[in-house]
Design a protein around this ligand. Structure first.
Ligand code: GLN
Length: 303
């Protein structure tokens, strides 16, 4: 298969969908991104990279950062995070807190906001600076030392982050935060505001396709840890649309409200797509269509 042509054809195929859905506006710092952008990159496990469209343009990583924070926590501290967060799909929106009281302050999974706040809190304890550690991982795995936080987006989120603040305080009331709420929030907003291109994101996600092996060729995670993160991505990575994502794409995936999605073909490649218009569950409409097209054309769904 000619992967470069495949990627170019997929990007052309999804272009008519770019204005379906809405660009995230609850974070004002994201509201002005053009819905007409679309980028796609496939990074093969041997290092070859194929891209098309706006694949060099940087966008806000948002909740895709939650994969990297979880990976870092597991790399330091294999398993203990699972005493503080479950790994079941929530069936609720990414920013929902309805289950948190019934579940005694234990979030359903690490990819909804409540769970991600707990993971960031753990990473803060382990490293002293969670957002900085995530940035370091993205830089080293992508090979791009200029990956950084978009300060305007981070400030915009902090200013409008009442729901996340409520959630963090609620977690703290159950004793499920180790650090001051304000510090956890600052790190969480910074990690979500990291800017990255689909090229760098696909490269940075490759360790999940290479059974935990980092870009430098050394183990970052064990094969088993990598398997576990991919499993949680499959079941929880696209929130209350995880069933639909598995049905259409059939790969572990993680979305963000910046319009990015990563997907992993274990043993083979990682894929990053970016289209800013989101469907009702906060996932890129054109991005999901592109990944659906990708597994349909390549036959590389895990199913
Ligand atoms: N920073 C966003 C928030 O906390 C992340 C949400 C997302 O990408 N799904 O609301």
């Amino acid at each position: 298969m000619d992967m470069q042509s495949t990627v170019e054809e997929i990007v052309a195929t999804v272009r008519p969908l770019l204005r379906r859905g809405d660009v995230a506006s609850y974070i004002p710092g994201l509201a002005n991104v053009s819905p007409d952008k679309f980028g796609m990159c496939v990074a093969m496990s041997d290092g070859e990279v194929f891209g098309a469209g706006d694949w060099h343009t940087q966008f806000s990583i948002q909740s895709i950062s939650k994969v990297f924070s979880l990976a870092l926590v597991m790399s330091y501290d294999y398993d203990s995070i699972w005493r503080r967060v479950s790994r079941e799909p929530s069936g609720s929106a990414f920013n929902s807190m309805v289950q948190l009281e019934a579940d005694q302050g234990i979030p359903r999974n690490p990819f909804i906001n409540a769970g991600a706040l707990v993971v960031t809190d753990r990473l803060l304890t382990l490293t002293g600076d969670a957002a900085h550690s995530i940035r370091g991982l993205l830089r080293s795995e992508s090979g791009n030392p200029s990956v950084d936080v978009d300060r305007a987006v981070a400030a915009s989120e902090a200013q409008h982050g009442h729901r996340n603040a409520a959630m963090a305080h609620f977690l703290a009331s159950y004793g499920n935060l180790e650090n001051p709420v304000e510090l956890v929030m600052e790190n969480y907003f910074d990690q979500c505001a990291l800017e990255i291109s689909t090229e760098d994101l696909a490269k940075a996600s490759l360790f999940l396709a290479r059974h935990g092996v980092s870009a430098g060729g050394t183990p970052f995670l064990s094969p088993n840890q990598s398997k576990r993160i991919n499993a949680v991505m499959l079941t929880c990575g696209t929130y209350d649309a995880a069933g639909e994502f598995a049905y259409r794409v059939g790969l572990p995936g993680k979305s963000g409200v910046g319009g990015g999605i990563i997907a992993v073909v274990p043993g083979r490649c990682s894929v990053a797509v970016w289209g800013p218009s989101l469907g009702p569950n906060g996932n890129s409409v054109a991005g999901i269509a592109a990944l659906d097209e990708f597994t349909t054309r390549t036959g590389w769904s895990i199913f």
